[in-house]
Design a protein around this ligand. Structure first.
Ligand SMILES: Nc1ncnc2c1ncn2[C@@H]1O[C@H](COP(=O)(O)OP(=O)(O)OP(=O)(O)O)[C@@H](O)[C@H]1O
Length: 304
């Protein structure tokens, strides 16, 4: 059986801003119905990639296809099928929330069957929608941004740091909306710095650094690869001491207790060495997924 065409396909995409490289030789493929995370440190190239996907930037080299279309050349055809929440939402300050949603719906070129429901669920009441957006708080603007990204029930939703500025209650609604989008078979690309958020909602993640793709992995695999947290108690009152090769695992001392994060493949060797020291007690547990991500970030930082 032929594999269906990916919803997002980047082939060797490079985007330069003058002499600055935004992204370099990026290859990425996201299938229909995937909720895909895009992670990376500041300045890694996430926003650049997303802007290429939605047709706001034209790559310097390489090819971008979204739902089989060229996002720049076929912008009008793509718009009804695409929902985009930019990282920095620029709105016309004089327009009301309602006028803003209408204007954006016109640009999307699609009916907005979900607008009313989304406004209700995100607590954007009628009186709020009648106020000019210059009077909106950051969170209110972000909620309006979410409504416009989803109001036309698009096939592909591209979200740049979507939970920025949202309070925990609104974040909960946002996660519900994502789960529903996944259940309905929509494709979602979400860029984020918030590691637990990615863990919670995404099945696969790409990690990007310095404009280059470092890895693409299923979240489940990251979970398996996560570090072991080793806690040692020395109980001799002598406090911190050298740990030999285990110094590599960033020991955190508190009195004569120490905690280390050891990659799973190196645990046995690390313990063998540590147990040569006068250890009084020892526990080993799996670290959280955020730590697995931090590990990955670190290893990415260390690579040349
Ligand atoms: N308009 C621009 N002009 C010049 N350089 C730019 C421009 N936009 C982005 N860059 C550069 O491209 C690189 C990637 O930036 P980008 O905004 O894509 O990163 P990001 O991963 O979204 O970062 P953050 O997490 O901080 O939002 C950076 O070096 C940045 O300085």
């Amino acid at each position: 059986m032929a594999t269906p065409d990916p919803v997002i396909a980047l082939r060797s995409v490079t985007k330069r801003y003058g002499r600055t490289v935004g992204v370099a030789e990026l290859d990425l493929s996201v299938g229909a119905g995937e909720v895909f995370g895009f992670l990376g440190p500041n300045g890694a190239g996430k926003t650049t990639t997303l802007r290429c996907l939605v047709g706001l930037l034209r790559p310097t080299e390489g090819e971008v296809r979204v739902l089989g279309l060229d996002p720049v050349a076929d912008h009008r055809r793509l718009a009804p099928a695409l929902g985009y929440l930019p990282g920095e939402l620029r709105l016309y300050p004089e327009l009301t929330g309602r006028q803003t949603l209408r204007l954006l719906a016109d640009l999307q070129g699609a009916p907005t069957p979900r607008q009313r429901e989304l406004c209700e669920r995100l607590d954007l009441s009628g009186p709020v929608l009648d106020r000019p957006v210059r009077e909106y708080s950051r969170g209110m603007k972000q909620k309006l941004g979410l409504v416009q990204a989803l109001q036309h029930d698009p096939e592909l939703v591209v979200l740049d740091e979507p939970t920025e500025g949202l309070d925990p209650l609104v974040q909960a609604v946002f996660f519900e909306l994502l789960a529903e989008a996944e259940a309905a078979g929509r494709t979602v690309l979400l860029s984020s710095h918030v590691l637990p958020e990615v863990q919670r909602v995404c099945r696969r993640v790409a990690i990007i650094r310095g404009g280059r793709l470092v890895t693409v992995r299923p979240v489940a695999e990251l979970r398996e690869a996560r570090a072991r947290r080793v806690r040692l108690v020395f109980a001799d009152g002598a406090g911190a001491r050298p740990l030999g090769a285990a110094e590599a695992w960033s020991p955190a001392w508190q009195g004569d207790r120490v905690e280390l994060l050891v990659p799973p493949g190196e645990l046995v060797a690390a313990l063998r060495e540590l147990l040569r020291l006068p250890v009084a007690d020892l526990t080993v547990e799996e670290a959280g997924l955020d730590e697995a991500f931090l590990d990955l970030y670190r290893s990415v930082e260390e690579e040349p």
